[in-house]
Design a protein around this ligand. Sequence first.
Ligand code: PRX
Length: 647
Amino acid sequence: MSETGEISSILNEQRLFSPSVGFSENSQIGDLETYRNIWNYSKNDPEGFWGRKAEEMLDWFQPWTKVLEWDEPHAKWFTGGRINASYNCLDRHVKSYRRNKAAIIWEGEPGDKRTLTYQQLLNEVCRCANAMKSLGVKKGDRVTIYLPLTPELSIATLACARIGAIHSVVFAGFSSHALAERNNDAESKLIITADGGWRKGAITPLKQNVDECLAESPTVENVIVLKRTGQDITMQPGRDHWWHDVVDSKSHICEALPLDSEHPLFLLYTSGSTGKPKGILHTTGGYLLGATLSTKFVFDLKENDVFWCTADVGWITGHSYLVYGPLSNGATTFMYEGAPNFPDAGRFWKMIETYQINTFYTAPTAIRAFLKAGSQWPNSYDLSSLRLLGTVGEPINPEAWMWYREVIGGNRCPIVDTWWQTETGSIMITPLPGSTPTVPGSATLPFFGVVPEIVDANGKPVPVGSGGYLTIKQPWPSMLRTIHGDDERYKRTYWSKFPGRYFTGDGARMDKNGYYWIMGRIDDVINVSGHRLSTMEVESALVSHPSVAEAAVVGIPHEIKGEAIVCFVSLDSYAERDEALEDTLKSHVTEQIGALARPESIRIAETLPKTRSGKIMRRLLRDVASGRDSGGDISTLEDTQSLESLR
Ligand code: PRX
């Protein structure tokens, strides 16, 4: 995609895979006609459709009076209704035959194991909620959760939901600085963390990061610390409390608060096209409906399934498909703490065999890494329990898709390539496994209630086969409501480029079968290993280093990560340019943001190529970074010398 906005479509994939007759016969939506009928109904009568689904799928303390109040770009869903997400994920199952069913099956990286039934999970959630209350947390307060992928991560989120506190989960791979930035924006009162977490056999020093963060975070009054790794940490008396002291002693009874359907459920920070992360706000009733409905139909959920979404709860995928979606449906969700290749590249496959996982939902970057590690790893395990595979987070290349299908899915499991975003809350474009024939690399068709349209720069629909901007024409229940503290940015980012439509930030095209092909971001957002990063965020991290005068960051294609970060920097005139500087700057970015933002390479130049008006020409830098010859117009370039020296 070029900066001028022309979008060309390059893929021309012809392979088509229909679900097997056996799979279709046993699935909830077994043919394309049924899908189309439901989709048409949801499009033509969205309030009728969503009202019906909200009634069928969720338990309400008080029914809503209106399905949708739409005052563009602000939506209110199920107004007047009272509901609690934690009640829907726990209590209603405990009152049913599911009481002793496994809700969470967990394995830690060192190999420790835990299973929590619905009753046990409810008890823990209530204890944690009571502990938060005892520390003064009230409805509407923000709570930052910075935990390794342990059951306590789900327990803490559900405990917040239970008392109407708003959780802001920060991925444990983020640095103390990134944590402080998110924490300050949310003005959290409480942080829930652990002494550390396990990753590739090493300890991530979470409490230490929190201590550093607290030097910059004045709003935090208390910290709850889970003992996970057991190394020495500092506990500040009065402020820091061990989980086992403050949670375990509390009563296992805590009534779920009936909350307004539009009561905020959580904030989740994601990168936008500026340096400042956006606190995406999701509310209770609508979000929960989106997560519940999509889990049930996209993953064709069966009562006895063991469902594994490999994402961390630090990302939206973990919120919707590790916690809220599966638990609201009363499913068994599998959780694994650590790295996919620890102690070796067979770890995932071994767990699939051990726990007889039925549905496996992961990211293309992981699939590409497994492909590279070699088929001998999955081939040494029995993967026959798998029924369905899914991918999310970035476009999947056909080679990885085919390997996934053949080697992991034994040519038997349908693959759902699901397109969605932190902002959309739940899956938007996806095959339904029993009805949609799939093509490697296409997310295929819109989910129920989702009405996408691809348009040109003027907002006019583009012809079939042409690339354009992906927009959504109708509001949907799990859409974000605003950006925390910055409604103007919400309007500007999502609703101003194409009035009357939600703009996704992605380019896409539709083929002659009506299938969508996502072509990636068209803004300054890059997608590294399925994680969204803003080039500006990395740039501000770089210029915060005393040696750096200016920085420009671009994404280039990368075999495993999808995209990799390449940085161009010019140095301050006093800066010493030594051998170690490149590594120093890489570490600096890691410290500022987290390991996920570590640059692939850093190129140091006298000056950066700019237009006469002083704008850095990123298009040229992208060409330089990926070793392409810069075609196109460079006549606006101020100083052609700078480009030559970078090459
Ligand atoms: O560019 C799209 C890409 O990931 C972006 C959303 O990132 P995030 O909010 O971090 O959420 C990721 C998990 C939902 C999108 O704008 N993306 C996500 N899924 C796909 C995808 N690109 C292509 N195909 C997908 N299936």
